[in-house]
Design a binder for this molecule. Structure first.
Ligand SMILES: *Cc1c(COP(=O)(O)O)cnc(C)c1O
Length: 412
């Protein structure tokens, strides 16, 4: 990674970038929403495109000099539509949250009703949390997961019939089972609701056919580009042609100003990468690694919410160990593993403490971790949890995690 110019002009920032690179190289990244993007994607994001204002759409801009920007944005749109089999793509959302905001704005008036998954059950802030704009300006009803860690579709159906939402949202930030988009469509049709599938987490799996696609069923598909899809930090909205105008208007001038064309170029590069056979192998390995990690943890006597995972992530349920998610996420950091605390169903702890830890495999799979490495990761995690007060044991575990990092170098 070349930062020679920053080093010359800004020692303080350069130093932190170098330290962050070292941190990424020397820790096992299990935050389920993170990944390590390619150098090609990073080059696009660090390119001259950052200089350009391009408010509007390709060929309908408010600024001149957009001839190359237009081509890049059109390439990106085309690749998104092809990869996810959708009719229209707006690739301008700065983030996943803004992609969802734009769908809200395009489809509803303030006060209209939404049915979505509860945040503490695995949903996302932007799906109607009371502290988010989506919960402040819309009337939100939420469904959860049952004790098996699964969506109870009959429960969703009953709620939809009772509340008659204008929009139903499926897709989650922490859900380890396959989502039945067809069933959501049937429920939406039964009550005349629109359906938004937010595939932020599983986009890489959907793109490769390793998770069923919402394309035949959803009116709108939103995604982030930086999670399992392995692109730059950003969002995309896809929809049927009949909604294209409303969606585009909601993004600009609705809620954003100039699009980040350097990031859009990065998204285009990532979408091309995701269409290659190597990416399908990568996505398959993400799932194999998640299953190996879950199995390894269960073999060590730990519980996983809902048992075996069907995708790239899982929640470790710490209730029977008597430890909390907050404490154990900190202990894992001591042994060189990054993960985040998370609530479990019927969590006795507050959302700030929690009884769970969410673990995901997209980032380590990018580094080349295989099943046997995940078994070792499971042993390190279990060791850290069981010996969380034993400094010497934790030190030894740190050595073992560093060894795995050295075995699979990153950006070297
Ligand atoms: C991560 C995520 C988002 C939001 O992404 P940001 O880019 O952080 O705004 C939206 N929806 C779901 C389901 C997510 O997991």
């Amino acid at each position: 990674m070349n930062i020679e110019h920053i080093k010359k002009t800004d020692f303080e920032v350069a130093e932190q970038i170098e330290l962050e690179l070292k941190r990424q190289q020397e820790t096992i990244e299990l935050i389920a929403s993170e990944n390590c993007t390619s150098l090609a994607v990073m080059e696009a994001c660090g390119s001259v495109l950052t200089n350009k204002y391009a408010e509007g759409k390709p060929h309908k801009r408010y600024y001149n000099g957009c001839e190359h920007i237009d081509v890049i944005e059109e390439i990106c749109q085309k690749r998104a539509c092809e990869l996810f089999q959708m009719e229209h793509a707006n690739v301008q959302p700065h983030s996943g949250a803004q992609a969802n905001m734009a769908v809200f704005m395009a489809t509803m008036k303030p006060g209209d009703r939404v049915l979505s998954m509860d945040l503490s059950n695995g949903g996302h802030l932007s799906h109607g949390s009371p502290v988010n704009f989506s919960g402040l300006y819309f009337d939100v009803k939420s469904y959860g997961i049952n004790e098996y860690g699964e969506i109870d579709y009959e429960e969703v159906r009953k709620m939809a019939i009772e509340h008659k939402p204008r929009l139903i949202i499926c897709g989650a930030s922490n859900y380890s089972k396959i989502i039945d988009f067809k069933k959501f469509r049937e429920i939406a049709d039964e009550v005349g609701a629109l359906l938004l599938a937010d595939i932020a987490h599983i986009a890489g799996l959907v793109a490769t056919g390793l998770h069923p696609s919402p394309a035949p069923y959803a009116d709108f598909v939103t995604t982030t580009t930086h999670k399992s899809l392995r692109g730059p930090r950003g969002g995309i909205i896809m929809c049927k042609e009949e909604w294209a105008k409303e969606i585009d208007k909601a993004v600009f001038p609705g809620m954003q100003g100039g699009p980040l064309e350097h990031i859009i170029a990065g998204k285009a590069v990532a979408l091309l990468e995701a269409s290659k056979p190597e990416f399908k192998e990568y996505a398959a390995q993400i799932i194999k690694n998640a299953k190996a990690l879950a199995q390894g943890l269960m073999d060590e006597g730990l519980d996983i919410v809902g048992g075996m995972t069907e995708n790239h992530l899982m929640t470790l349920d710490l209730r029977k160990t008597g430890k909390t998610g907050k404490d154990m996420a900190n202990v894992l950091e001591l042994v060189g593993i990054t993960a985040n605390k998370n609530t479990v169903p019927n969590d006795p702890q507050s959302p700030f403490v929690t009884s769970g830890i969410r673990l995901g495999t997209p980032a380590v799979t990018t580094r080349g971790f295989k099943e046997e490495d995940m078994t070792e990761v499971a042993k390190i995690i279990a060791g850290a949890i069981y010996a969380s007060d034993n400094e010497i044991a934790l030190k030894n575990l740190r050595e073992r995690s560093l060894k795995l990092c050295k075995k699979h170098p990153l950006y070297e």
